[in-house]
Ligand binder design. Structure first.
Ligand code: FMN
Length: 376
């Protein structure tokens, strides 16, 4: 039987990834009014030239007030499409599929960038920021402003904004869309009893708490082409008593799959407390068991993410069948050639070929010269 490895291509609907490593979404805090800037092009060029299998553009707001920070990307306006098209071209020139993570930051919107403390902008000096919204008027953490509880009309507007942003992603030539349902942002806030105390059809039972995520997923699936994958990033567990459990996320995955969602990107945490997303100490591959269980019990494809830093570790996650893809964030910041490193250390038959020809050609020749010198 053919063994699946990090270098086995993966297909999701009409999109094929040459290998199993994808760039995990990473906020850059460098957008201007939601638009792509030169920074984003430079940031992504590092990965596009490093042979990744695919990439997901950072959390991108479906509405202006849904930005996490003032520097977040957006797809709430047609004028923002052109910058995303440039990013798509950058990856497509290397044959790499590109997606965008679309989301609404809910009560965690209007916050400062991490290096400015990631606190609420309202408490910045001078005070700035905007009014945040959430399922219930419950603060994210002490010192954060009380968000406005959304009414049904506003919820419907946000669902429509998700669909409109997905349509703009299609117009930009992107290959897939990921819904941001994790890390304490709006969709996660609705799902978690810790942030959702509503008594209407969006609160209480699991069916009600999952309604917004499912509505958004359905609306997006309706506006994107059949061949375009739609993924969902979940915080699989809240890790706080009374919060979202893995059992619930398995059920959510099942329902998302029924709606035509193709993959669950398995993260965790973020519903409460300081900016740190997880209350548990991170250990290598600590979220892999979520990806494994969701994949095994529902049959949906999954991504494993979180402290995946070593080629052998990544290869084992795929080989074991724990996940279909691995997402890598910080290790790719440290080494954008992670995939090339993996190809060399895992015995890929022609490791240079994971890189663009402009690099591969010369690296292969260098090896021939080096081998020649060694035999002299
Ligand atoms: C700079 C930075 C920005 C991030 N921005 C996002 C984001 O926009 N959306 C998201 O879902 N996760 C975001 N994350 C989380 C990563 O996608 C990833 O899940 C996490 O860093 C764990 O993976 P790692 O150990 O490979 O870094 C971000 C992480 C970093 C380091």
């Amino acid at each position: 039987m053919h063994e699946i490895s990090l270098f086995t291509p993966f297909s999701s609907r009409g999109v094929t990834f040459a290998n199993r490593v994808v760039v995990s979404p990473m906020c850059q805090y460098r957008a201007v009014e939601g638009c792509v800037t030169a920074w984003h092009l430079a940031h992504h060029a590092r990965f596009a030239l490093g042979g990744v299998g695919g990439a997901v553009i950072e959390a991108t707001a479906v509405e202006r007030d849904g930005r996490i920070s003032e520097g977040c990307l957006g797809l709430w306006d047609d004028g923002q499409i052109a910058g995303f098209r440039q990013l798509a071209e950058l990856y497509h020139e290397q044959g790499i599929p590109l997606g965008v993570q679309i989301g609404h930051a809910g009560r965690k919107a209007s916050s400062a960038s991490p290096w400015d403390g990631a606190g609420p902008l309202a408490s910045a000096a001078p005070p700035r920021g905007w009014t945040t919204v959430a399922p219930s008027a419950l603060v994210h953490a002490e010192g954060w402003p009380v968000p406005v509880a959304l009414d049904e009309a506003a919820i419907a507007r946000i669902v429509a904004s998700f669909a409109a942003s997905a349509r703009r992603a299609v117009d930009a030539g992107l290959d897939f869309v990921e819904l941001h349902g994790a890390h304490g942002y709006l969709l996660h806030e609705f799902l978690s009893p810790l942030a959702n105390h509503r008594t209407d059809r969006y609160g209480g039972s699991f069916d009600n708490r999952a309604r917004l995520a499912l509505d958004a997923a359905r609306a997006i699936r309706q506006v994107v082409p059949d061949a375009m994958p739609v993924w969902y990033r979940a915080s699989c567990v809240d890790e706080i008593a009374g919060g979202v459990t893995l059992d619930e996320t398995v059920e959510l995955a099942r329902r998302l799959k029924d709606l035509g969602i193709d993959l669950i990107d398995c993260s965790s945490g973020g519903i409460r407390g300081p900016v740190a997303r997880s209350t548990r100490a991170e250990t290598p591959g600590h979220q892999v068991p979520y990806a494994e269980r969701i994949r095994r019990e529902t049959g949906i494809a999954t991504i494993a993410v979180g402290l995946i830093t070593e080629p052998a570790q990544a290869n084992q996650i795929i080989g074991d069948g724990s996940a279909d893809l691995v997402a890598v964030a910080r290790e790719l910041l440290a080494d954008p050639n992670f995939v090339y490193r993996a190809a060399r250390s895992l015995g890929h038959p022609s490791p240079h070929d994971v890189l663009p020809r402009n690099f591969a050609f010369f690296l292969a020749r260098r090896n021939i010269h080096a081998a020649g010198a060694a035999t002299k």
